[in-house]
Design a protein around this ligand. Sequence first.
Ligand code: GTP
Length: 297
Amino acid sequence: MDNLLDNMRDALDLVEYGIVLLDEDLRARFINRSFRKMWALPDYVRGETYTFESLIQHASQTGAYPIAPQHLDSYIADRVAQVKSGHDGPRLLSLSDDRVLKFECVPLPRGGSMLTYADQSDLIHAVEKLEEIIHIDDLTKLNNRRFLNTCGETEVARSKRYSHPLSVVVINLDQFKKIDADYGRDAGDKVLCAVADCCREATRNTDVIGRLGGDEFALILPATTLAAAMVVAEKTRRKIAAIVVHVGPLSVKVTASFGVVTVTEHKRSFEDLLQSANKAMQTAKSTGRNTVVAAPQ
Ligand SMILES: Nc1nc2c(ncn2[C@@H]2O[C@H](COP(=O)(O)OP(=O)(O)OP(=O)(O)O)[C@@H](O)[C@H]2O)c(=O)[nH]1
């Protein structure tokens, strides 16, 4: 029997995912090799020395688990309560070094529980990369048109539901074709990246900014009235007009034309908003460029 138990322990040590067996008092009775490696525990540790609580403390002390010290106690209390209740998870634990572990606690029939920690980093990072490819513009690293469309429709629905204002700004660079032609496409790309930075700087975290394509950008501004959106657009216009991109001894400057629109009873979809903002932007082009025009309400 002892031999069998030892064999089982050795077998669990060979398993790729981390395993901890806890008794009813959440004391570790067994900790396998993968867990010790995952959480930088000394290799001689087999269990007994640790409680579930002290394992989390260890992870926090080594910096593996990114919990702010002031939140540690309440975090531990939460996790201990979950594990005590029997089932917990599956939940994803994001570690400081970018690893992502899938954690699960299952109760054991004779009392106590088993915790498993499966390293899902490759899978999660592959999904993140895929999301980036699908949603992020390669050049400027802003959201792309596909993401803007999805997010725009969600924001329109939210604004209708909660009767919150929502505004959209369309930005089109002025005579950008000439910049490409006069200074080369690389210079044009640098200008596009600088414009993206202006959009980032002029907006809040809750705003959604993106590149619609070519030399066209959009800002989705939740909880923002037309008047407030005009202020954001004007701020962005000034920032863009102040861009200077150096190409060898030459300095490249750029301006942009803006169309601003807000949700009304007649503009009920993100597509409607974009169309209306585009019309206003065209008016800005035809009245001299480098200016902000509001769409009629
Ligand atoms: N460098 C660079 N240029 C791009 C990119 N995508 C589109 N363009 C160029 O952007 C230019 C856009 O020009 P147009 O849409 O004709 O407009 P414009 O010259 O800005 O003129 P107005 O809009 O009337 O002021 C085209 O020459 C495209 O080739 C890109 O990713 N990088």
